[in-house]
Write a protein that binds this ligand. Structure first.
Ligand SMILES: Nc1ncnc2c1ncn2[C@@H]1O[C@H](COP(=O)(O)OP(=O)(O)O)[C@@H](O)[C@H]1O
Ligand SMILES: CC(C)(COP(=O)(O)O)[C@@H](O)C(=O)NCCC(=O)O
Length: 309
């Protein structure tokens, strides 16, 4: 555990005590909203893991606002709103987007007066056509498959907070960047950004994506479990495709094959691409996160590591 010498580790039971004033502050309406994020999300996790996490983020956010005011005062300038950015990293299919969506619902409940947005860096992958042109389609998700300059420019624009900022979106269904479509961000107070690359070091730039983060989380789990979750998600996409087949969709090809053959391909993609990427480029970024959520079977969080300094 040499790599984690600068973290304190808390068991689930210990962590659940750090809930602050928000304990038992979850209404039935909130639970319904949380269930709509992923109907398998455990409500015990919400109470025991996410309520303390929200409390901790409150501490960071409060401190951030105070510091922003003090800095403006130091410079003799009028204070202006700069979005607080939370980064979430971890393997493909470890549950980053589910964690991000859950955190958004929880924070929105705590801060109804603030605008909270959530997004993924998947939209900054090069489109398949460009990946093919560069002969790196099989490297999708590896650091060089992202337009990192575009991502950094986007983050700079978000922090500058001078009006609407747009960004592309990625679809797992078509397995590509959605053509002719941009999402829009309008002056959020808090932005949650999840992606496998958010804690990575730059390829050629001097800036890191994480230079823009005010709090960061890494979601960790045994790769054998993550493989199961990856396959489960693949099967879910396949079930949906069978219900509404569309030859333009990526999963359509698998509806024409015996299930075992489709699943064998999914396992191979996991091994050759996503597992490889996890070991070489994602897991080594774990000890840059402020907080590590460690998951065990059924996505249950069994312990939490918090950076000491
Ligand atoms: N807390 C959770 N409880 C139950 N299922 C979950 C949970 N988090 C994620 N999942 C499931 O695991 C799979 C991967 O999650 P997802 O959020 O898509 O991962 P990522 O964004 O890291 O690729 C999905 O099928 C999702 O429904
Ligand atoms: C788009 C991704 C790089 C990002 O993954 P996410 O964290 O959204 O699950 C990944 O889902 C992916 O497509 N990887 C390439 C190999 C594959 O799973 O097909």
């Amino acid at each position: 555990m040499q790599d984690f010498i600068n973290y304190n580790e808390y068991s689930r039971q210990e962590w659940s005590q750090f809930h602050g004033a928000y304990f038992n502050n979850i209404s039935d309406e909130d639970l319904d909203k949380i269930k709509s994020v992923d109907d398998q999300v455990s409500l015990a996790d919400v109470q025991e893991i996410y309520t303390p996490l929200r409390h901790l983020i409150h501490v960071y956010f409060h401190n951030y606002q105070q510091l922003s005011l003090a800095k403006a005062d130091f410079l003799g300038k009028k204070p202006h709103k700069v979005p607080f950015i939370i980064g979430i990293s971890g393997s493909v299919a470890v549950g980053k987007s589910t964690t991000a969506r859950l955190l958004k619902v929880m924070l929105q409940r705590a801060y109804p007066q603030y605008k909270i947005e959530q997004m993924t860096t998947d939209g900054f992958l090069y489109p398949n056509e460009e990946l093919e042109r560069r002969n790196i389609l099989a490297d999708k998700g590896f650091p060089w498959s992202y337009d990192n300059e575009k991502l950094l420019n986007f983050l700079e624009a978000v922090k500058a907070n001078q009006g609407s900022v747009t960004y592309p979106s990625y679809s797992h269904i078509i397995y590509d960047i959605v053509p002719d479509h941009l999402n829009e961000l309008q002056n959020p107070d808090i932005l949650i950004i999840e992606g496998i690359n958010v804690l990575q070091l730059p390829q050629n730039q001097n800036l890191y994506v994480s230079d823009y983060f005010d709090f960061s989380i890494y979601v960790d789990a045994d790769p054998q479990l993550i493989e199961k979750w990856f396959i489960h998600r693949f099967e879910g996409f396949l079930i949906e495709e069978n219900k509404n087949p569309n030859p333009d969709n990526f999963y359509y090809q698998f509806t024409k094959q015996p299930l075992e053959q489709a699943l064998a391909t999914a396992h191979q993609v996991w091994r050759d691409v996503n597992y490889n990427n996890l070991v070489k480029y994602i897991a080594p970024t774990m000890n840059r996160a402020d907080l590590i959520l460690h998951k065990t079977k059924h996505h249950k969080i069994d312990h939490v590591l918090l950076k000491k300094y």
